[in-house]
Write a protein that binds this ligand. Structure first.
Ligand SMILES: *Cc1c(COP(=O)(O)O)cnc(C)c1O
Length: 387
């Protein structure tokens, strides 16, 4: 997956760093476009998955919309040429400043997560003499069959409006003069690999959107959020998610009205496989019954294993020695700073380069400078072949 020429380029660079394969990103984007265009669906990219400028430039050159969860993400998308009319804005805790930014940029939709939030948007839009287009983010109580830390659409989660508030909401909305209900929004979780979950979601949406239509609302769009998973176990043999089956699930099961738009917000499945974290082995340390490979990257560069018990494939790019069993651990002063336990790798020594794969989503964006470490750098395949 990473060729010998690229590996020899890596050896000239200071580690750790992120490496992005923009060719794979292009391939992924063209698959997403061809599969979504079959049905005329609108695709937004969830900026929070990866906000690296080189990655965003590639994505937004393909005319995708943006899904933002902060005011700064809205500004970032705008600087990459995304028009306000293609920006959706979600989040349970939008601040007054962020709402004002969104209003100034005349965004496509505020995806609203509570009644008090709608009241504030109405008030701020009123002060600016505007009408804010809103979609209600619904908590449909669908189990996404993923890790509990990345589930968002169950009644116990903090996200979205639950069914017991629908009645109150439908009575309140017409009394607000500075908002217009334009759609419904759903986002039930992340790393969903069972496509039947999207079938179940579609069936829930059919019932809920009918209820809102029956109350007299004209829903111009349905937004099904993101969540499509990637193959963390086999990134080389299976680098693209099953976009065909994903979009087909909505086409087969969602009942849209004529002219009603369908929007999706994909994050992980767009960028996950194009990113690798490249790190050097600092020390091989003899532990009790196990050898530790201590790397120069840690949870400050990639926190997913520590935060979500995520498992990333790891390869040694520079050794061809017989395999041994290792725990791969970072240098940070935290016991949870472990990338993988008991994995087989070619015999490794100080100075070897390791690649932690499938790190393009929720990797670099979550970097911190805990322990006053430097913020991680990044390179693309394009930059490395030019140098
Ligand atoms: C994070 C997020 C997404 C993207 O989720 P992925 O699992 O990365 O596809 C989409 N919509 C909303 C509202 C989100 O918060």
């Amino acid at each position: 997956m990473i060729d010998p020429k690229t590996i020899s380029q890596f050896q000239k660079l200071e580690t750790p760093f992120y490496y992005y394969d923009l060719d794979l990103l292009h391939k992924t984007l063209s698959k997403i476009k061809s599969e979504s265009e079959k049905y005329g669906y609108h695709v937004h990219y969830a900026v929070k998955a990866n906000a690296n400028d080189k990655v965003l430039e590639t994505i937004f050159s393909q005319n995708l919309g943006a899904d933002c969860v902060s005011g700064n993400e809205i500004i970032k998308a705008r600087t990459h040429g995304v028009p306000g009319s293609k920006i959706a804005f979600a989040g349970v805790g939008k601040t007054d400043k962020e709402i004002t930014t969104a209003l100034q940029n005349e965004i496509f939709s505020f995806n609203c997560e509570s009644i008090p939030e709608i009241e504030v948007i109405n008030e701020l839009a009123g002060k600016m003499g505007k009408i804010a287009p809103i979609a209600i983010r619904i908590n449909p109580n669908v189990d996404p069959k993923t890790h509990k830390y990345i589930t968002t659409g169950l009644n116990e989660n903090k996200f979205g409006v639950n069914h017991w508030d629908f009645e109150k909401l439908s009575k309140l909305i017409p009394s607000f003069n500075h908002i217009k209900l334009t759609g419904l929004h759903f986002h039930i979780g992340s790393q969903i690999t069972d496509i039947s979950v999207f079938q179940e979601l579609s069936q829930k949406i059919n019932t809920i959107s009918k209820w809102f239509e029956d109350q007299g609302f004209n829903l111009q769009h349905i937004n099904v959020g993101g969540g499509l998973g990637i193959d963390y176990e086999n990134p080389t043999s299976n680098p693209l998610s099953d976009f065909k089956a994903y979009f087909k699930a909505f086409n087969d099961h969602l009942k849209l009205k004529p002219n009603q738009e369908l929007h999706v917000e994909l994050g992980r499945s767009v960028v996950g496989q194009c990113g690798h974290l490249i790190t050097k082995v600092l020390y091989v340390k003899e532990g009790l019954n196990i050898k530790f490979l201590i790397t120069d990257a840690g949870m400050t560069e990639l926190i997913r294993p520590m935060l979500y018990q995520a498992e990333h494939q790891i390869s040694n790019l520079t050794s061809k020695l017989p395999h041994q069993t290792y725990d791969v651990v970072g240098p940070i002063c935290e016991s949870t700073d472990v990338f993988a336990k008991g994995i087989d790798l070619p015999g490794s020594k100080r100075g070897d380069l390791l690649a932690i794969h499938s790190a393009g989503a929720y990797g670099e964006v979550m970097a911190s400078n805990y322990n006053l470490r430097d913020i991680v750098k990044s390179y693309t395949n394009i930059e490395l072949t030019q140098s």
